[in-house]
Design a protein around this ligand. Structure first.
Ligand code: CA
Length: 240
């Protein structure tokens, strides 16, 4: 297992390195955010231990940049401040876990082992299908550059579809995932919300992304939608 430590304080960096080497890990150390970024895009690390406060690019910036580049090595953030905002910002920026300084080495090692088990599969913070995007953290939905205002329920439905693109979701599945037991639900409620969702994400852009699969349910196209078919109407019909 190979671990990257990004930490500017020499004492802390040395301590972490020794502890990890003792566990039998191969360990690389970077002392700046940019240095850490360069290593992380070059070497495939099982885990990256990333300090938040770094000279130059912060740990937040490095993590976000790595995710944008398509590097999905699990990231454990080290936050110095005991601030909730820092931890939230780190996790929403694509980090997988955090530890607040000071921490015990035993806990650090346990968290590293847990993260290594997850592996480096893609875990995008923003969900996309073609030019349709949804950010669960900021709750911003866009078609291209256009921001779309959704109700809480429409948002929940779209998030569910974006997590399972090109997959038929039945009304029962959607009810189960987006409505709780307290809600008075009947399958018609799904259709109503799907209709209003289409009116916002598809119709104004003349595309069809949310398809009805007759007798089964609904499906969101992974490509973000095809152009709305031209109305056939009676144009080609010759009347007597
Ligand atoms: Ca630091």
């Amino acid at each position: 297992m190979r671990v990257l430590v990004v930490e500017d304080e020499p004492e802390m960096a040395g301590l972490l390195r020794r502890a990890l080497v003792e566990e039998g890990y191969a360990v690389d150390v970077a002392h700046t955010g940019d240095g850490g970024y360069q290593l992380a895009v070059t070497v495939s690390y099982d885990v990256i231990v990333l300090d938040v406060l770094l000279p130059g690019a912060s740990g937040f910036e490095v993590c976000a940049r790595l995710r944008r580049t398509g590097v999905w090595s699990p990231v454990l953030m080290l936050t110095a401040r005991d601030g909730v905002t820092d931890r939230v910002r780190g996790l929403d920026g694509g980090a997988d876990d955090y530890l607040t300084k000071p921490f015990s080495l035993v806990e650090l090692l346990a968290r590293i082992r847990a993260l290594a088990r997850r592996g480096g599969v893609a875990r995008p913070t923003v969900l996309c299908a073609g030019d349709l995007s949804l950010d669960p953290a900021t709750r911003v939905v866009r078609r291209g550059q256009v921001e779309i205002d959704l109700t809480a329920k429409e948002f929940a439905l779209l998030e569910e579809f974006l997590r399972h693109p090109d997959t038929v979701l039945t009304r029962e599945i959607l009810l189960h995932r987006c409505w709780d037991f307290t809600a008075e639900t009947h399958s018609n409620v799904v259709d109503v919300h799907i209709r209003s969702l289409r009116d916002k994400i598809d119709r104004p852009f003349q595309v069809v992304s949310l398809e009805t699969v007759r007798g089964a349910g609904y499906r969101l196209r992974r490509d973000g939608g095809r152009p709305t078919p031209r109305p056939v109407g009676n144009a080609g019909v010759i009347r007597a």
